[in-house]
Design a protein around this ligand. Sequence first.
Ligand code: AMP
Ligand code: MG
Length: 434
Amino acid sequence: MNKTWSVEEHLDDILRSVRPLEPIELQLLDAQGCVLVEDITVPASLPPFDNSSMDGYAVRVSDVEGASEEFPAVLAVIGDVAAGSGELPTVAPGQAARIMTGAPMPPGAEAVVPVEWTDGGTGKGPADSMPARSAAPEAAGGEVRVHRAVAAGAHVREQGSDVRAGTVALTAGTVLEAPQVGLLAAIGRGTVRVRPRPRVVVLSTGSELVEPGGELGPGQIFDSNSYVLTAAARSAGALAYRVGAVADDADTLRAAIEDQLIRADIVVTSGGVSVGAYDVVKEALSRVDEAGGSVEFRRLAMQPGKPQGFGLIGPDRTPLLALPGNPVSSYVSFELFVRPAVRALMGVTPVRRPAVAAQLAARDALTSPEGKRQFLRGRYTPPQEGEELGTVRPVGGAGSHLITALAQADALIDIPERTCDIGPGEEVSVIPLV
Ligand code: AMP
Ligand code: MG
């Protein structure tokens, strides 16, 4: 009799065989969620030039010294500076330029007076916004009354105040989320070197399976596993390709897998790994392939998910994980084994979902088979004010066909091999799935 593997032994075996993917250069948006493999040095300072942080008037400080509403400083408006303006007027003593947010500071000006501190060039009281040009035809060539003094640099965003040229803004190992993608764009990077998202090919097996949207014949069921696994692969950060259901025929299955190897960094199958007469995954993949790869089928001390297959196949030694067909077993196996493998390929850590301690809800008690690590479905409530631990409540039973309960759960309750009974209020380990 072959040995029974623990969950940890099986996972360690998988992770030992999985190396992070070779980095490639990707467009910024394709690199979202990926791990950066280069330090990013800022080529030119941000902002690239001194610019206004307000709509207002660019002035010389000495011209507005002591200005008040009662005794405004009256300045000649020599022109407009909008964001993107290339040619800038020079502001001489006694002059001001209308300036918009983000527009470069014109030479001569030292500060910006917000439009609200002026009459907006209208000759009337304080302005609450910058009048459109048509509403203040006198703006350029006219004059503005400034009601308050400003210090040098007021309302000016200084060149390099965000980041200076030559600074390392992002270091290798950073996972690129939206703000990091934004920074890369802001410093002018169009592409970036990252570890790519692993391509996960998902095949389900079973002659009973019908594509959702179709009609069920006698004894048939809809193929849900290939959808669950594809969706879970995406959530894990992978690019997932759903091949769909392959009939229970070893040659057909082998051919289907071989066809997919070209685009797969990892292959995931569901079904056909137990000891039934039509367990074709086992039949198709137990043999050593032409390139010397093979899949080993094992029994794990685990429930659900006892039968599992893992191996490296084809010329590129592509990892293949053969998961059991029962829907809950299949999904739990994905979370425990495929997700860590996907994350290892991406080079992100931690590869496993973190577990938390929680209290079993007051009215619930659990029993678990001796010698098996059990993963029950549960709903987890994080600690409330004043509580040290959150609580978890089991959803549905242990049956590995209970798809509805799985869909209502948001956590796995992880019960160790040796634990058989857990009473209400006792502490358990929970793996939140969100
Ligand atoms: P198997 O491991 O192939 O014997 O499948 C075990 C159980 O899971 C059987 O009841 C199958 O009908 C069911 N099953 C297998 N594959 C799928 C699938 N892709 N979607 C839904 N149920 C499945
Ligand atoms: Mg089957």
